[in-house]
Ligand binder design. Structure first.
Ligand SMILES: Cc1ncc(COP(=O)(O)O)c(C=O)c1O
Length: 428
């Protein structure tokens, strides 16, 4: 059952009135581009970039005094901010360069027996799924892909898919808090609790979650939780963290073994010590996490909570507009949306397929991103059970976005959308 195309597309003024931009002048984005892809790499406010520049200038005036004296308390300030945002003790939070590094640190630290099973989702971020496969192969263990239903009607279906994949050999699950391509907010606390009850610990890849969703580590209960601050918290790039539950910290090593591994000669360092000083690097992205959060807190009277709520409401509202305009069914319920929405376009070919068959999406990508200058990802999702690969696009809603930006987005894909791709009962 397709959704009849609506004739009455709201006009730009109405959309902007419903979803006005919040302080767009605070970002440095190109005004010539309809930028609806905060999700891929984030975007950092101008004042935070200026602060980072100042810090770098200070570092270059005296690198020793900056790196050894000035930076550590500023890094601690950011650690406190992150720990506060996720309801964790700061001593259980360490900084990493990005979520990929966090996933690598955990998985490459763990020991498995031949035949052990490690679960990961069919919607997992490719780089992170690769780490699971690499580590499993090294130990003679099995990387087990859990098929997430797509389209999906209820978050409980995702939990059911994960829990029904557990066997007596399952040792760990790597689960996304928010899936990358499909933008699904998963019921992570339920999943972790269900796995725990079956004796399975969880590594959460939460690359998108901070700044998109409220996070409470006590409630989530995961052994490991890694996330980016350079996405929805708008910190400069290469700012991310790894939380490790206190009882799981032994043996978790950073991706680079450094001085802290022997506590500078004083014996085995604790988690903080082991992740301290991973070779010379630029600490300014991490230092600026605190500044970025302060900016986001200042944008609306209700602070970051109000901003997350606004971004979510905008994603929900604009997805309804798009689905009506294209005459399509939404692929997931609104309760599984954060501040991104992924929509199906047509049956196509896998992303890495460089044959002629992928020409249609390559041409589309070129037209949308280069000619029309609508910045959104165009991605594929393989439907399970031998189903086809379906090409999708995804839009993101951050403070600087305004409702009327959905109009060029709708227009860019209107000719290629196949409203019958996901025929089925009403969803949403
Ligand atoms: C779910 C998920 N995991 C991991 C990543 C990788 O993030 P990074 O490149 O910052 O490591 C992404 C990036 O979009 C993602 O969506």
């Amino acid at each position: 059952m397709t959704n009849p195309r609506s004739t009455a597309l709201p006009d730009a003024a109405t959309l902007d009135q419903r979803f006005p931009a919040v302080a767009p002048e605070r970002w440095t984005l190109d005004p010539g581009c309809t930028f609806l892809n905060h999700g891929s790499f984030g975007a950092t406010p101008r004042s935070v970039l200026e602060r980072q520049q100042d810090l770098r200038a200070e570092m270059e005036r005296n690198p020793l005094r900056f790196l050894l004296d000035a930076a550590p308390p500023l890094i601690e300030r950011s650690r406190g901010v992150v720990a506060g945002l996720i309801g964790a003790d700061p001593s259980d939070v360490v900084f990493v360069r990005n979520a990929t590094a966090g996933v690598n640190a955990v998985l490459r630290s763990l020991h498995f027996e031949p035949g052990d099973e490690v679960l990961y989702l069919s919607h997992a971020y490719n780089a992170c799924a690769n780490v699971v496969r690499f580590v499993a192969e090294r130990w003679g263990a099995k990387a087990v892909e859990v098929e997430l239903p797509w389209p999906i009607d209820d978050p409980a279906q995702a939990t059911e898919a994960v829990l029904s994949a557990v066997t007596g050999r399952t040792k760990l699950a790597m689960l996304d808090h928010v899936t990358s391509v499909s933008g699904l907010v998963l019921p992570i606390a339920d999943m972790v609790a269900g796995l725990k009850a079956r004796g399975v610990e969880t590594l959460v890849d939460a690359a998108h979650a901070p700044g998109m969703l409220p996070i409470d580590m006590q409630q989530i209960g995961a052994a490991y939780y890694t996330a980016n601050c350079h996405k929805w918290l708008c910190a400069p790039k290469t700012a991310a963290f790894l939380y490790v539950r206190p009882d799981m910290q032994d043996g978790i090593e950073p991706e680079l073994i450094s001085h802290g591994s022997n506590h500078y000669g004083k014996g085995k360092g604790d988690l903080q010590m082991r992740f301290h000083w991973l070779g010379t690097s630029d600490p300014t992205p991490v230092i600026c996490i605190a500044d970025a959060v302060a900016v986001l807190e200042s944008l609306l009277p209700g602070g970051l909570d109000a901003l997350m709520h606004r971004n979510h409401a905008m994603a929900v509202g604009l997805r309804r507009v798009v689905c009506d305009a294209w005459g399509i069914q939404p692929p997931c319920p609104e309760s599984m949306l954060g501040s991104m929405a992924t929509l199906p376009l047509f049956v196509g070919r896998p992303r890495w397929d460089d044959s002629d068959a992928a020409e249609k999406q390559n041409a589309l990508m070129h037209r949308v991103q280069q000619s029309l200058r609508v910045e959104v990802p165009i991605v594929d999702i393989a439907l399970g059970g031998g189903g086809p690969v379906v090409i999708h696009t995804r839009f993101s809603c951050q403070a600087y976005n305004h409702g009327a930006q959905v109009l060029p987005f709708i227009e860019a894909f209107a000719d290629v959308v196949d409203p019958t791709v996901f025929d089925g009962p009403a969803r949403g």
